[in-house]
Write a protein that binds this ligand. Structure first.
Ligand code: AMP
Ligand code: MG
Length: 427
């Protein structure tokens, strides 16, 4: 066996993790609270949209034939028989030579077959408060084409049509479409609750005084923020000391969640307690994943009091490794539980302006800043030092390079793949 032969690839680690998780049960909730969740059922339109032919403009509903030949110099005069606002219906048919003054969205009165906008009548030429009203005449200055300015019944949605299929993620547009057919509650797959535990005697809760030799807990917060951003519900379990008792107790407090995430204590040289607890309490594998940052990773399951198996992701302690590992493995797990298949980040080809050295045969996710050059092409600049403890490199970056395992270096001017962290879609 050559060194590193017990390593697994990023893709294999992800496949094993994805294979563990399933879509969660459904819940019924108010429409707006389900933003970003996945609809569990088809939504069928109970009526047509629009439900009636209506006007797209403020103007006059007319019989188009009555306006034939109308011009500014040879206007046609029509008698205004009603003034109709949106939300009201005019039920009597309009006869020859008649018009209804009508506002955008109001149903077309029977008998009318076109709408002449105000601008094509003499209404704007009149003084303020002198608009034609019921009983007076309006002059039409332009012949109306058949069906001009009418929005037809069912031109958007037809009764019985599936407006949004199950499996679709609720974005603002879907939310609007559902509201437009009167839906105020939806059935969606439940959001996963992710319990997060930091471990280590040196770790201190932000807001508390910092003793010499200690550091603040960055990982619980960066991971919780990712959980929320990816659509899950984070539950902070606090910080466990490096003792079997404390760790065991805190892990058990987290087992009512859908997933447990711990940070630190999974590297080879670490204090053994974490591994002891994990190995004794759960069915946990310790992996070395062929990636940089973040080589050590634990994955397995604990059994909750009710017999449920709760997936456990053991992240490396270094803050950058912890974030990159959660990005690569936690995000797909959350998406899977939400019922989403689109967990993959958009990636683009960019030209690196730096030399990116990658000598140890791992996939290198260097933090970089992608910008578009004046030539329209995308360029990637490293954020600076790439140590896995330099968390500000994550904050400066909008992307992660994907330097393949077998590429020892990317040279300035080379095209590389970059996984974009803030983009919802590739450009
Ligand atoms: P370990 O995996 O326990 O060997 O930790 C690796 C490095 O990550 C050490 O420098 C730890 O102090 C640091 N570390 C561990 N947990 C955290 C945390 N929650 N926040 C920030 N740094 C951490
Ligand atoms: Mg430690």
């Amino acid at each position: 066996m050559h060194p590193g032969s017990d390593m697994i690839s990023v893709d294999e680690a992800r496949e094993r993790i994805l294979a563990f998780f399933d879509r969660l049960p459904v819940e019924r909730k108010p429409l707006l609270d389900a933003l970003g969740q996945v609809l569990a059922e088809d939504t069928v339109a109970p009526f047509d949209i629009p439900p009636l032919d209506n006007t797209a403009m403020d103007g006059y509903a007319v019989r188009a034939a009555d306006t034939t030949g109308a011009t500014a110099s040879t206007p046609v005069e029509l008698r205004v028989v009603a003034d109709l606002a949106a939300g009201y219906v005019h039920e009597t048919a309009i006869g020859p030579g008649e018009a209804v003054r009508i506002m955008t969205g109001a149903p077309i009165p029977p008998g009318a077959d076109a709408v002449v906008p105000f601008e094509e009548t003499d209404e704007p030429l009149r003084g303020p408060n002198e608009a034609p009203s019921r009983g007076s005449n309006v002059r039409v200055l332009n012949a109306a084409g058949a069906a001009a300015n009418i929005r037809f019944r069912a031109e958007d949605v037809r009764e019985g049509q599936t407006v949004i299929p199950g499996g679709r993620v609720l974005r603002p547009s879907e939310t609007g479409v559902l509201a437009s057919i009167g839906v105020n509650e939806v059935t969606v797959y439940r959001r996963p609750v992710v319990a997060i535990l930091s471990t280590g005697d040196e770790i201190t809760e932000p807001g508390q005084p910092l003793l010499p030799g200690r550091i603040y807990d960055a990982n619980a917060y960066s991971v919780a923020a990712m959980v929320r951003k990816f659509g899950g519900i984070p539950r902070l379990l606090g910080i466990s000391r490096d003792t079997v008792e404390d760790m065991t107790r805190k892990i058990h407090e987290g087992l009512d969640a859908d997933m447990l995430v711990t940070s630190a204590g999974v590297s080879r040289g670490d204090f053994d307690v974490v591994k002891d607890v994990l190995a004794r309490e759960g069915a946990i594998d310790f992996w070395t994943v062929r990636m940089k940052p973040g080589k050590p990773l634990a994955f397995g399951a604990f059994t909750a009091a009710d017999g449920r198996r709760v997936g456990h992701l053991g992240l490396p302690g270094n803050p950058v490794s912890s974030m990159v590992s959660f990005e690569l493995f936690g995000r797909p797990a959350i998406f899977r539980m939400l019922g989403r298949a689109d967990w993959e980040r958009p990636s683009i080809r960019a030209i690196t302006r730096d030399r990116v050295v990658n000598t140890d045969g791992r996939r290198f996710f260097a933090r970089c800043i992608v910008t578009q050059g004046e030539d329209g092409r995308w360029y990637a600049d490293l954020t600076g030092p790439q140590g896995s403890g330099i968390l500000t490199s994550m904050s400066a970056a909008n992307g992660l390079t994907i330097i393949p395992e077998d590429l020892p270096a990317a040279e300035p001017g080379d095209e590389i793949d970059v996984m974009m962290l803030d983009w919802e879609h590739a450009p």
